[in-house]
Every structure is written in C-alpha cells, then in structure tokens.
Design a protein around this ligand. Structure first.
Ligand SMILES: CC(C)(COP(=O)(O)OP(=O)(O)OC[C@H]1O[C@@H](n2cnc3c(N)ncnc32)[C@H](O)[C@@H]1OP(=O)(O)O)[C@@H](O)C(=O)NCCC(=O)NCCSC(=O)CCC(=O)c1ccccc1C(=O)O
Length: 260
C-alpha cells in the first residue's frame, strides 16, 4: 500500500509510524486509519521488529482525532461511522509487541484514545491531553471510555469525558496517563532509550505479557461494538451535527436547545 497520510520506517528493530497531516494537527480521516491499519499489520507481524512507535509529524500535535473537515454526520471512510477506528484500536492491542506513543503535542479526542491504548506513553513537556467528544458531538463508547477508567480510575475518566478539559503533561504524569515526561528536545532520545531497553528483553515473554494484560480488558471490545452501532445513529442527529458545525465555525456549540 502506498501511504499518503502516514510515514513508516524500520530501523534496528524499531518500526516508527508517523501520522503525517501536520496542517490538520494530525487529525485522521478514513484513509489515514486504513494506512495506520496497514502499517500496524506490517510492523506487528514482522519478526525483525521488537517495538512499534506511534507519533505525529511536526511539533504541534500527536493526533487530534477524527478530521472534522471530513465529517458531516458520518466520516468519509469504511466502517460503522465511516472510520475503521475500532479496527485500528483493536490492532494496537493485538500486535504482539509493545507499542509506544511518542506524544509530541496535542493528544485530543480520538488521538487521545490512541495514546491511551498504546502500551506505553512518553510525552514531551509541551504535550496537551484531553477528550472533546461531548463538545464536538461524539463519544468513544468502548476503549476510549472504559479502558481510560482502568488507566486513571473512574472519577478522573468521567471528569475527562464530561468536562472536556485540557491537561498538561505534568498532570497527565500525576494521573498515570503517561509513563514519562521529558523536555521537548529530549523526546526522541528518551523514546530511543525505552526502545533499547525493550529490545534487550525476550520478545516472546513480552508478547505473552501483552496478551495477558489485554485478556483482562478484552470484554470492552464487545461493549464498544454495541456502542459503535449507537454512535453511528447519533452522528446523523441534529445534536451531533451541532458539535461538528460549531467546531468548523469556530464558535461555542449550543447544546442547551437539546435539553427538553
Ligand atoms: C487540538 C486543539 C485543542 C488545538 O486548539 P488550538 O491551539 O486553539 O488550535 P485550533 O485553531 O483549534 O486548531 C489549529 C488548526 O488545526 C485544525 N484542527 C485541529 N484539530 C482538528 C481536527 N480534529 N480536524 C480537523 N482540523 C483540526 C483547526 O481547524 C485549525 O485549522 P485552521 O485552518 O487554522 O482553522 C483544537 O483544535 C481541538 O480541540 N480540535 C478538535 C479536535 C476534535 O474535535 N477532534 C475530533 C474528536 S471526535 C473523534 O476523534 C472521533 C473519532 C474517534 O476516534 C472515535 C471513534 C469512535 C468512537 C468515538 C470516537 C471519539 O469520539 O473519539
């Protein structure tokens, strides 16, 4: 597959997958998700690869979730909501090797979910974290909510989703959302250090450990599938469309009119 929206490299046992849409703050469209799926499969089943790094191009964003420009109701790709995002999320968990999120800037919305699902997250001190779904007419009814609660606890996960605030890197570290925070210009060296340490370990033991961690939370995939059916109906409502329209028009959404 030729890549339009991502970059892919393999160097000394490390595959790096970079979302390459910096002008859109590395938001993903259907095509981006398809390419990410291809790249995760390519790296994930390559025996010469021991670690996969997921990141975003440029200095502004890791990933800001679904591309609001490709979204008026359903998104523009395949799958229940026009984004094969549940397939992508499942694959990040499924590949039998550690995936590190190199969080170089905004990790927002569906982009935040991607870093949460990576095995480890290493953040720049400039990174900003948050969910925005209820502000823009969306919600992740599977791993993005339920698995987040496993990571930070129920109260904090509910705060993140209900209030749609933004959190800085230190707060993310304090909450256990990321494994380490380093000065922005040391991010690559720190990620490489973690990769090198992983590459010294037994790949089979690591893959069994990963599957073992996953087994405990795998039921969320089923709940997410049900939720996604509901989400595809919600995306076609005026209420959801108000969120998208407000973002595009750079104004606050008016959801008060939907309280009856
Ligand atoms: C990231 C921001 C917080 C940055 O804010 P700020 O610094 O003020 O800069 P802006 O001027 O807002 O943005 C700069 C520039 O980037 C464009 N941009 C940013 N994000 C997106 C985006 N997601 N899509 C398209 N374009 C984007 C922005 O328009 C500006 O461009 P200009 O040309 O200069 O105008 C802030 O930008 C922000 O909050 N962004 C919104 C993020 C958002 O709404 N993301 C979508 C969330 S919903 C989602 O991801 C659904 C997909 C998904 O994964 C999913 C799947 C299944 C179930 C549920 C979900 C889920 O909801 O997560």
């Amino acid at each position: 597959m030729n890549y339009e929206d991502i970059l892919y490299t393999e160097v000394d046992g490390v595959a790096t997958i970079t979302i390459n849409r910096p002008d859109r703050y590395n938001a993903f469209r259907g095509q981006t998700c398809m390419e990410l799926i291809d790249a995760f499969n390519r790296a994930g089943w390559n025996k010469a690869i021991g670690v996969i790094v997921l990141t975003g191009a440029g200095n502004k964003a890791f990933c800001t979730g679904g591309d609001q420009g490709a979204h008026a109701g359903q998104y523009d790709g395949r799958g229940l909501i026009g984004l094969p995002v549940e397939e992508l999320q499942g694959l990040i968990r499924e590949v039998p090797k550690p995936v590190i999120a190199r969080v170089n800037g905004f990790a927002i919305g569906g982009g935040h979910v991607l870093h949460v699902l990576c095995d480890l997250s290493i953040a720049s001190d400039k990174a900003i974290f948050g969910q925005v779904g209820p502000k823009v007419g969306s919600v992740d009814p599977g791993f993005g909510t339920a698995y987040l609660a496993r990571v930070v606890g129920e109260k904090r996960a509910r705060e993140i989703w209900y209030l749609c605030r933004k959190y800085n890197a230190q707060q993310a570290l304090d909450w256990g959302l990321v494994n380490a925070v380093v000065p922005h210009d040391e991010l690559d060296a720190e990620v490489q250090k973690w990769c090198d340490e992983i590459l010294e370990k037994s790949p089979t033991a690591l893959s069994i450990a990963k599957r073992s961690f996953n087994a405990d939370s795998e039921s969320i995939a089923g709940i997410g599938g049900l939720g996604m059916q509901a989400l595809s109906l919600y995306y076609d409502t005026d209420e959801a469309k108000e969120g998208t329209a407000a973002f595009k028009e750079k104004r606050k959404p008016d959801f008060r009119k939907f309280y009856k």
